[in-house]
Design a binder for this molecule. Structure first.
Ligand code: TYD
Ligand code: MG
Length: 454
């Protein structure tokens, strides 16, 4: 029998390498390669091929009964991110940093699901049932009908699940589970993949909605959630800044709904509470508007979201001035600085630049370009933007401003929160005329007319 060949897998992205290397070719991460013993070669318990793989015409499927309706978890923000509730027979991955609140969120969702009369199982591989119960008590859910189990052997778990066939099963976390067919330690790429595969298969066969928890890992000892992203139907990440109580659940992949939806929560002493109007919350603690502060009218998924973007520009003591960003893309900041310099002659050479999105949220839209440019110019020229103004628009390398999607929704949300003016690219229209709109063709006009510089 051929001797099993060892291979090396990246714990970040799962790429398989023949030899150990310091840097993964797949994702470029350093120090994430771990030795893996592959599934043993030789005869295995493979099936000999049955009629199960037979073809079905798509038209036949259409005449079958309609797909079972989604079931609501009862936590509106969670259901929104899922695209309208949990889909039976689906696998969902919820990833996030340790301590961000994944277990709390899912225990709350499980309890709410059970309250609606659905059978729910919560399997913890990290905490004893007594600990989970203590958490439930703290969350005021101690009398919930959720069934708890503390177990890590996937074979045992699946045997129990097959007998019970619950509507929802939560596995916290997939990195603690292990199957005996794989020869490596729990948390290795091979184990995590094998467990995710078995659980996904279980979901499809028995109609259970399975939710897997995956910790984002900092160093390469344990495989991160990214290695199972392609196996599941839906991938959600739970994120937030440590110092802030706001938490954002973000869909990054969704076979059953939009993939850019967010849900906003607030971590309180009694668990996570939903935030129905995040704009008001993110702008709520805004101080007196100062130079460098600009309100960006953004869209997250289907929902408008106003956030404050702050910039600080100061003379640098360093040979290479500092560029620091929180909540936005660092490369995009460099691009905007370069466009401002090349297209309007405003230079940031010799100046440290700090950019911060207030409230601990991460903005990913290019539509924030104009707001960032305004914040940078406002900080550099020490000239405030009127506090009742929102800004949005994408910047191209030529310095021209490009229109962005859902301009009307952005303006409507701004009007709702009491803003009366907006700066936007040419071609935008005011919805109901509550907001006075100032359209700009390019960045040179912004610099010349709005800031009177250049
Ligand atoms: P947890 O759900 O255990 O995080 P994860 O499963 O993602 O590792 O959340 C842990 C943090 O949440 C912990 O620092 C305490 C805090 N927390 C609250 O602030 N309020 C609560 O009601 C609960 C249960 C936790
Ligand atoms: Mg946890």
């Amino acid at each position: 029998m051929a001797k099993p060949v060892t291979q090396f897998a990246c714990t970040e992205c799962g790429t398989i390498h023949k030899k150990w290397t310091g840097r993964c070719d797949g994702c470029g991460a350093w120090n994430t390669i771990q030795e893996e013993v592959p599934l043993s070669a030789g005869p295995s318990k493979q099936s000999l091929g049955t009629a199960k793989g037979r073809r079905v015409a798509l038209t036949d499927l259409a005449t079958q009964e309609a797909p079972p309706p989604r079931t609501l978890s009862g936590i509106a923000e969670f259901d929104r991110v899922l695209g309208g509730g949990l889909v039976p027979a689906s696998a969902t991955l919820v990833g996030g940093d340790p301590g961000i609140g994944k277990s709390t969120l899912l225990l709350q969702a499980a309890a709410s699901f059970a309250r609606a009369g659905r059978s729910t199982v919560y399997i913890s591989g990290e905490e004893a049932t007594a600990q989970v119960r203590m958490r439930a008590q703290r969350l005021g859910l101690a009398d919930s009908a959720v069934r708890l189990a503390a177990e890590t052997n996937l074979r045992d778990i699946l045997t129990t699940l097959e007998a019970e066939r619950p509507d929802l099963c939560i596995v916290d976390s997939v990195q603690t589970m292990w199957v005996d067919t794989v020869d490596s330690a729990p948390g290795s790429v091979a184990q995590v993949r094998a467990c995710a595969h078995e659980l996904t298969r279980f979901a499809k066969r028995f109609g259970t909605a399975v939710i897997l928890v995956g910790h984002v890992t900092k160093e390469g000892q344990i495989a991160g959630p990214r290695v199972v992203e392609h196996m599941v139907d839906t991938v959600l990440y739970f994120e937030g800044e440590r110092g802030h109580q706001f938490r954002i659940l973000r869909a990054v992949k969704n076979r059953f709904g939009p993939a850019d939806e967010i849900g906003v929560f607030e971590m309180t002493g009694a668990g996570l509470s939903e935030v129905a109007n995040p704009s008001a919350l993110f702008l709520g603690d805004r101080e007196r508007p100062a130079p460098g502060s600009v309100v960006f009218a953004g869209i997250e998924g289907t929902r408008p979201l106003l956030v404050e973007i702050q910039a600080l520009v100061a003379p640098s003591q360093l040979a290479q001035p500092r560029r620091a960003v929180v909540g936005w893309d660092g490369a995009r900041l460099s691009m905007i600085l370069a466009v401002l310099e090349a297209r309007s002659g405003i230079t940031f050479a010799g100046l440290d630049v700090y950019l911060n999105v207030a409230g601990g949220i991460r903005v990913q839209e290019p539509a924030a370009d104009l707001a960032v440019a305004c914040a940078l110019l406002s900080a550099r020229e020490d000239q405030g933007i009127p506090p009742d103004t929102v800004v949005f628009g994408e910047l191209s390398l030529s310095g021209a401003l490009r229109p962005v999607s859902q301009a009307e929704n952005r303006l409507k949300e701004a009007a709702k929160l009491g803003f009366t003016a907006a700066m936007a690219p040419e071609g935008c229209k005011t919805g109901d005329g509550v907001i006075s709109l100032r359209t700009l063709p390019d960045v040179a006009t912004l610099v010349g007319e709005v800031f009177g510089a250049g």
